[in-house]
Design a protein around this ligand. Structure first.
Ligand SMILES: NC(=O)c1ccc[n+]([C@@H]2O[C@H](COP(=O)([O-])OP(=O)(O)OC[C@H]3O[C@@H](n4cnc5c(N)ncnc54)[C@H](O)[C@@H]3O)[C@@H](O)[C@H]2O)c1
Length: 283
């Protein structure tokens, strides 16, 4: 299994106006793919379309807010009308927020879940039925290492991404009989524009996130290359950073010891200090 040959595929990418989505579009352009690119940032989207067309691919900009089911359905209809098939669906659009439970306004919870979780559900719901009859295809859901690590002060983001990981794991088995592969991408910090719209409840969180982004070793180009490789090899999990893979291993060996360790750090008042050290070191 796995779509070993990515040449001239029909590809849909959400959140393609910036960051990881844009670099994925450019990577698929180099494979001469035909794309429908979605975002709510029209100017950024037009810029990506221009870059894709200059890089050997072809792309259509589709204004689509992934948190609106009817808009995602319309996009799916457009793609199946246009191509009769969709080889690759990449649910990448996402936003982030921070804050302790009770401090994070419910409106922030709803904002994060509506895009990061419901956006992915709407995408899968709208595209999967049409893809099932094709005999092959692939879905990439962009989650985050946050969905595995579950660190303090990020409950909405963590929960939205953990849900995307679980959804992807479910689809992996559900779609196997139809020849459709599933990949879930779980990075830590990647140098993108994610902070521009990110919401914080205090200055430490802003400082910590800004420091993490400034020291991020991974670029969206490198992450995009990993994703293409994962699609070719039909790999389920992609955790680009070794730090996240190590933490994941610790959690799998003993989830209770893992959570106990973080609870201990919180009780001692050391958690924020450690977090800041980690992001400074390029976590
Ligand atoms: N950058 C990181 O450190 C990092 C780490 C882990 C996971 N991620 C995930 O990667 C994905 C891509 O983010 P990025 O880092 O490239 O950030 P980014 O902000 O550069 O790009 C995200 C894009 O999604 C678009 N978007 C936001 N809300 C939307 C909506 N309702 N409908 C359609 N498009 C919408 C934005 O306009 C933007 O163009 C997100 O799901 C994010 O959670 C990023």
């Amino acid at each position: 299994m796995g779509m070993k040959n990515l040449r001239e595929r029909k590809v849909v990418i959400t959140g393609a106006a910036s960051g990881i989505g844009r670099e994925l579009a450019l990577a698929f352009a180099r494979e001469r793919c035909d794309m429908v690119l979605a975002d709510i940032d029209e100017a950024g989207l037009q810029e990506t379309v221009g870059m894709v067309n200059g890089a050997g691919g072809s792309a259509e900009a589709f204004f689509c807010d992934v948190s609106k089911a009817d808009q995602v359905t319309r996009m799916a209809d457009r793609c199946f009308d246009k191509w009769g098939r969709v080889d690759l669906l990449i649910n990448n659009a996402g936003v982030a927020s921070t804050g302790f439970m009770g401090d994070v306004p419910i409106t922030d919870w709803e904002w994060v879940m509506s895009i990061n979780f419901w956006g992915v559900v709407y995408g899968c719901h709208a595209f999967v039925p049409g893809m099932k009859g094709q005999g092959e295809g692939h879905i990439v859901n962009v989650a985050s290492a946050a969905g595995i690590i579950s660190s303090a002060e990020m409950a909405p983001y963590n929960a939205s991404k953990a849900a995307v990981i679980s959804l992807s794991e479910t689809l992996k088995s559900e779609l196997a009989p139809y020849g459709i592969g599933v990949t879930v991408l779980c990075p830590t910090f990647v140098r993108t524009n994610l902070l521009e719209k990110m919401r914080f409840t205090d200055d430490f969180q802003r400082h910590c996130s800004t420091t993490g982004m400034a020291n991020a070793r991974w670029t969206p180009e490198k992450v995009a290359a990993l994703v293409l490789d994962a699609v070719r090899r039909d790999r389920v999990y992609v955790l680009p950073q070794a730090s996240a893979r190590l933490i994941w291993l610790f959690k799998r060996i003993s989830p209770a010891a893992y959570l106990g360790f973080f609870a201990f750090l919180m009780r001692m008042g050391w958690a924020r200090g450690l977090m800041l050290r980690m992001v400074k070191a390029g976590f």
